[in-house]
Design a binder for this molecule. Structure first.
Ligand SMILES: O=C(O)c1cccc(C(=O)CC[C@H]2O[C@@H](n3cnc4c(=O)[nH]cnc43)[C@H](O)[C@@H]2O)c1
Length: 214
């Protein structure tokens, strides 16, 4: 089974690829944001018969559950800002009668990935705007109590995978806390190291995973 791992940028791609030398895995930088990630992932899936797609990279972590340097495996990939703002608050597109806001990776794969890596397990939110205030972080956690992290590509990758009938997983290493904007608090090298370490442990699980194990 061939596996596609979609990261946003080349440094993430290289951090993941280090864990997969010689394996039937293509690690591709698909760009930043859900739309670009969906388009590039769909293009990759159109050309090759993949059995699994993994969205991977750095992310913001919701403190205290997902501290900087920790690894998160998504049991739910949710578009957190796909909807409408109303006087009563945010309404997801599904409640407006359209589309999808959540994709769920195969349960057995999530369980095995968590067991192999020691990652935290929870929802990973996809946002088009990086959270920069405590109020926004609190609002996201109120709407998504199981959320551990936010990033910008997972839902786009998952939408492309769903269109092609391919299962999806999302794995994120935390580079910064979700909350008030503080660029000095980013720990990108630590997160990239956690990504390489995590994928080193995950590689045998992914390579032996069979989609019928769902
Ligand atoms: O300018 C800022 O304050 C800022 C804070 C955090 C992240 C960014 C990015 O532009 C990174 C985008 C890139 O990295 C992923 N990422 C990493 N941390 C976060 C986050 O807290 N919220 C959302 N995305 C994050 C994301 O998947 C993108 O690929 C800027």
């Amino acid at each position: 089974m061939r596996i596609l791992v979609a990261t946003a940028v080349p440094v993430e791609r290289d951090a993941v690829a280090r864990a997969f030398e010689g394996a039937p895995v293509d690690v591709v930088a698909v760009g930043v944001g859900p739309a670009r990630a969906a388009a590039a992932t769909a293009t990759a899936l159109a050309g090759t018969p993949y059995g699994l797609v993994v969205s991977a990279g750095i992310a913001g972590g919701f403190p205290p559950e997902a501290p900087v340097g920790s690894l998160v495996v998504a049991d739910e990939i949710t578009a957190a800002d796909l909807g409408a703002e109303t006087a009563e608050g945010f309404v997801p597109v599904t409640e407006l009668g359209f589309g999808t806001v959540t994709h769920r990776p195969p349960e057995a794969l999530v369980r095995d990935a968590v067991a192999a890596t020691g990652a935290r397990r929870g929802a990973v939110l996809t946002v088009s705007t990086v959270t920069g205030t405590a109020a926004r972080a609190a609002a996201l956690r109120e709407r998504h109590p199981t959320a551990l992290a936010e990033a910008m590509e997972g839902f786009g990758v998952a939408e492309a995978a769903a269109l092609h009938g391919v299962p999806v997983l999302e794995v994120r290493a935390v580079s910064n806390p979700v909350g008030p904007r503080d660029r000095a608090a980013w720990r990108i090298p630590d997160a990239l190291a956690a990504l390489t370490d995590g994928f080193g442990k995950l590689a045998p699980v992914l390579e032996s995973w069979n989609r019928h194990d769902r």
